[in-house]
Design a protein around this ligand. Structure first.
Ligand SMILES: *[C@@H]1O[C@H](CO)[C@@H](O)[C@H](O)[C@H]1NC(C)=O
Ligand SMILES: *[C@@H]1O[C@H](CO)[C@@H](O)[C@H](O)[C@H]1NC(C)=O
Length: 335
C-alpha cells in the first residue's frame, strides 16, 4: 500500500472510532478540564483523551442510557488522592445533565463551594464528605430546585444553618454532621415538605432550644447528637410518627422521657448524656425492631420496663441516672 492509502485507512479507522464513541464531546472536554483543574491526579489516569468516557473505564464517570443521549449523569470522586490542595473544580458546572455528584474522602479539597455548581439544573444528589471545604452553605444552592439530598458531613463548613433549606421543593434528606455550624436551628425547619425524612445535624456547635415547629415533621431519622442544644426535644417523638432512628445524645435537653409516645418503627434510640427526667416509657417493651437503646447519663428514675427487646440491653445502656432500677440494674428497693 502507498503512504497515502495507509493514511486513508488510518483516517477512516479513527473517524469510525469517533463515530462509535458514546461520550458526548462537550462532556469529554469538560471532564478533561476537571482533571486538569484537579492537577491531573494519578487516580484519574483512566481518563484518556482518545478513549470513550462512557465505556465504564473512566474512573467515577457514569453516562446515561441511549434515551438520555449518553450524557454524563453521575460523577463520583471517592478517595481520589490529591498531593496538593485544590478547590472543587469550577468546570463541574459544565456537565448540565449531572444528576449525582459525589466528592468524598478528599482532604485536599479546599475553599468554598463554587457558584458554578448552581448551573447543574438537573442535580438531585449532592454529596461532599470528608473534605476540607469551608465557609457557609452558599445561597445559590437555594436555586437548585431539583435537589433531593444534600450530604455535607465531615467538612469545615461554618456559619448558621440556612433558613431557606426547607424551600427546596424536592428535598428529603439533609446531613450536615461534623462541621462547625453554630447558632440555633431555624424556625423554618418546621416547614420542610411532606416526605422530608432525614435530618442529621450531629457534631456541630448548635445552641438554643429546638423550635416547636419541628414537631410537625415525621422524620425517619433525626440526629442532633453532640451539640449544645437545650430544652424540650419531646416534640420529635410521637406514636403516630414513623421514626426508626432518634439520636439526641450529648446535649443539654431536659424533658420528661416517660411522657413521650414511641414510633412503632423505632430501631435506634440514643438520648444519653442529657438532662432527661421522669421514667422510661412503658411502650419500649412493645417495639419489635428496637436494636439499640442508650439512656445513660440522665436524671431518669423508676423501674426499667421488662419484656420484648429490652432483654437485649446491658446495664451500660442505663448507667449514671438518678434512680433507675430493675434488671439489668439492681432490683428496685421495696417501699
Ligand atoms: C488513589 O490512589 C491512592 C494511592 O495514590 C490509593 O491509595 C487509592 O486507593 C486510590 N483511589 C482509588 C479510588 O482508586
Ligand atoms: C451522609 O454521609 C455520612 C458519612 O458517610 C453517612 O454516615 C450518612 O449516613 C450520610 N447521610 C445520609 C442521609 O445518607
Amino acid at each position: 500500500m502507498s503512504h497515502s492509502s495507509i493514511l486513508l485507512v488510518v483516517l477512516v479507522l479513527s473517524f469510525s472510532a469517533a463515530l462509535s464513541e458514546l461520550c458526548n464531546p462537550q462532556d469529554k472536554q469538560t471532564l478533561l478540564q476537571i482533571k486538569k483543574e484537579l492537577g491531573n491526579p494519578s487516580n484519574l489516569s483512566s481518563w484518556i483523551p482518545h478513549t470513550d468516557c462512557c465505556n465504564n473505564n473512566w474512573e467515577g464517570v457514569t453516562c446515561g442510557s441511549e434515551t438520555e443521549s449518553y450524557r454524563v449523569y453521575e460523577l463520583d470522586f471517592s478517595d481520589v488522592y490529591l498531593p496538593k490542595p485544590h478547590p472543587i473544580p469550577p468546570s463541574i458546572g459544565n456537565l448540565p445533565y449531572l444528576k449525582t455528584l459525589y466528592i468524598n474522602m478528599m482532604p485536599n479539597i479546599v475553599d468554598t463551594i463554587p457558584s458554578t455548581i448552581a448551573k447543574l439544573t438537573n442535580l438531585r444528589h449532592l454529596s461532599i464528605k470528608y473534605t476540607s471545604i469551608s465557609g457557609q452553605i452558599p445561597l445559590f444552592l437555594s436555586q437548585m430546585k431539583t435537589l433531593e439530598s444534600i450530604n455535607f458531613s465531615n467538612n469545615k463548613l461554618s456559619g448558621k444553618l440556612p433558613a431557606w433549606l426547607p424551600s427546596l421543593p424536592n428535598i428529603y434528606s439533609i446531613s450536615l454532621d461534623s462541621n462547625r455550624f453554630s447558632g440555633a436551628i431555624p424556625y423554618s425547619f418546621g416547614s420542610f415538605r411532606e416526605g422530608f425524612a432525614l435530618l442529621s445535624l450531629s457534631d456541630n456547635r448548635l445552641t438554643g432550644k429546638i423550635p416547636a415547629t419541628l414537631g410537625k415533621l415525621d422524620l425517619k431519622l433525626v440526629d442532633l447528637s453532640k451539640n449544645m442544644l437545650e430544652g424540650d426535644a419531646s416534640l420529635l417523638f410521637g406514636s403516630a410518627k414513623h421514626s426508626d432512628t432518634i439520636r439526641l445524645a450529648n446535649n443539654m435537653f431536659a424533658f420528661d422521657l416517660g411522657k413521650v409516645g414511641l414510633s412503632k418503627n423505632l430501631m435506634i434510640l440514643d438520648v444519653s448524656h442529657n438532662r432527661l427526667y421522669g421514667m422510661l416509657p412503658k411502650g419500649l417493651t412493645s417495639l419489635k425492631d428496637l436494636l439499640s437503646l442508650d439512656v445513660s447519663y440522665n436524671n431518669l428514675c423508676g423501674e426499667i420496663p421488662q419484656g420484648g427487646k429490652m432483654k437485649g440491653f446491658y446495664d451500660s445502656a442505663y448507667a449514671h441516672n438518678k434512680c433507675l432500677c430493675g434488671s439489668p440494674l439492681p432490683s428496685c428497693k421495696p417501699f
